[in-house]
Design a protein around this ligand. Structure first.
Ligand code: ADP
Length: 405
């Protein structure tokens, strides 16, 4: 009897212990699993949050404007570039496209993208001042069941590209026109000579002189175009050194003296001694040459052209060329520095002008870090001013060291 009772007691205790251990193990496994799951969830959240921060940083740093609409066509997200481009208020979430941007072209585009799925390179124009051209790309976003989840719009401001394109087109049109005019005149004179005018020596000489004048004009034009192109492409290395403004003016006067004499124009160099500038000698000569040449060209017969200069307070030197000619109307003061702009087109052509002289002057002076301007009123003559950096003591020391005594 006792052994049976003992056996039963042992079995009962053993079973109880087993049950206790199993339930403890089960409890431990469940809590460990719960903890593991929690950690997983936390790290997933963390990863998602990290991804969102990165995405936000990308959207915020984008130059292009970004707009995301939800499946109902309401604003879900707009990046700072978009807000700036369209001057949007801070809170636009939940608004429709039309309420947000008020552009019919964009509304049409949003309907098109819903049908086509993706639309690229559509140009819209903002009725703003200054005029803005925006290129828009748009695409729908679909969930795995192909149901519409939203639409993404990317806006790229192409106003500057358009503007440069227009400048280039205008330049090509101007160059073609400027080249064609003397060429067709030359052709006309040659044809007339061949048709018999060559048999009259006086007429032939006159015609040949005219042909020579127009051929010269073509040469000047091509020279000026090459100069502009070299300056704009930054191909020319400037040989900057300390120079005396008065000496430079004197050299230009020697070169242009004959031209002044033809029109009985007196040209005087009034640059005070010791005005030392830091510049490229050849380019400075070109600046002075163009300004004095214009002053003689457009000035009166028997007029007076003066070249002067002074030291400005902030380490800069100002040079000027003035004349007592017919002057320039105020509305043309900034325009005369534009390529091919002339106040009097016929007069410029007659004088062999290319319309590029002052834009070359402006380019050279700006490349030296200076500025150009004109003061003039009709009938009162004109004064063209330019600034250049003053030669620094270091440049002067270098110059003295390299100049043989
Ligand atoms: P151009 O080859 O025609 O002289 P520029 O660029 O040198 O071209 O000058 C542009 C225009 O500015 C000239 O066509 C002329 O109408 C005007 N201009 C320039 N300098 C003078 C001046 N000293 N007096 C009057 N008009 C001037």
């Amino acid at each position: 009897m006792w052994p049976t009772l003992t056996l039963l007691a042992v079995v009962a205790v053993g079973t109880g212990f087993w049950a206790w251990r199993t339930s403890r193990f089960a409890r431990r496994t469940e809590s460990a699993l719960r903890q593991e799951l929690e950690e997983l969830r936390r790290s997933r959240h963390l990863r998602l949050a990290e991804a969102e921060v990165k995405q936000q940083a990308v959207f915020n740093s984008m130059v292009e404007g970004l707009l995301i609409l939800d499946e109902d066509g309401r604003v879900q997200f707009a990046n700072p570039a978009l807000s700036q481009l369209f001057s949007l208020p801070t809170e636009i979430r939940g608004r429709t496209l039309m309420e947000t941007l008020r552009l019919h072209d964009l509304q049409t585009l949003s309907q098109r993208v819903l049908v086509e799925g993706r639309v690229t390179g559509v140009e819209i124009h903002l009725p703003s001042e200054p005029h803005r051209a925006i290129q828009v790309n748009a695409a729908t976003v679909r969930d795995p069941d192909r149901a519409l989840a939203g639409t993404i719009f990317v806006f790229h401001d192409v106003s500057r590209i358009k503007q440069l394109e227009n400048v280039r087109k205008e330049f090509v049109a101007n160059v073609s026109h400027e080249l064609r005019t003397p060429l067709s005149l030359i052709k006309g004179y040659v044809e007339t000579l061949l048709d018999g005018a060559k048999d009259d020596p006086a007429v032939a000489t006159r015609f040949l002189r005219t042909i020579e004048k127009h051929a010269d004009r073509l040469t000047f034009l091509i020279d000026d175009l090459l100069t502009i192109s070299q300056l704009e492409s930054g191909q020319v290395a400037f040989n900057i050194q300390a120079l005396d403004l008065g000496d430079q003016a004197e050299q230009v006067l020697t070169e242009l003296g004959g031209r002044g004499a033809d029109k009985k124009v007196t040209v005087t160099n009034e640059v005070p001694p010791g005005l030392r500038i830091q510049a490229d000698g050849d380019r400075l000569q070109q600046v002075l040459f163009n300004l004095v040449d214009n002053a003689i060209k457009y000035g009166h017969v028997g007029g007076h052209v003066r070249i002067g200069g002074r030291r400005l307070a902030e380490g800069a030197i100002e040079g000027w060329v003035s004349d007592d000619g017919p002057g320039i109307p105020p509305e043309a003061h900034t325009r005369v520095f534009e390529r091919f702009y002339r106040v009097d087109r016929a007069r410029s052509r007659e004088q062999g002008g290319t319309g590029l002289g002052l834009s070359i002057v402006k380019h050279i002076i700006q490349s030296h870090g200076g500025e150009v301007s004109v003061e003039s009123s009709p009938g009162q003559g004109s004064t063209f001013r330019f600034t250049l950096p003053e030669a620094s003591p270091e440049t002067e020391t270098l110059r003295r060291a390299s100049t043989p005594e």
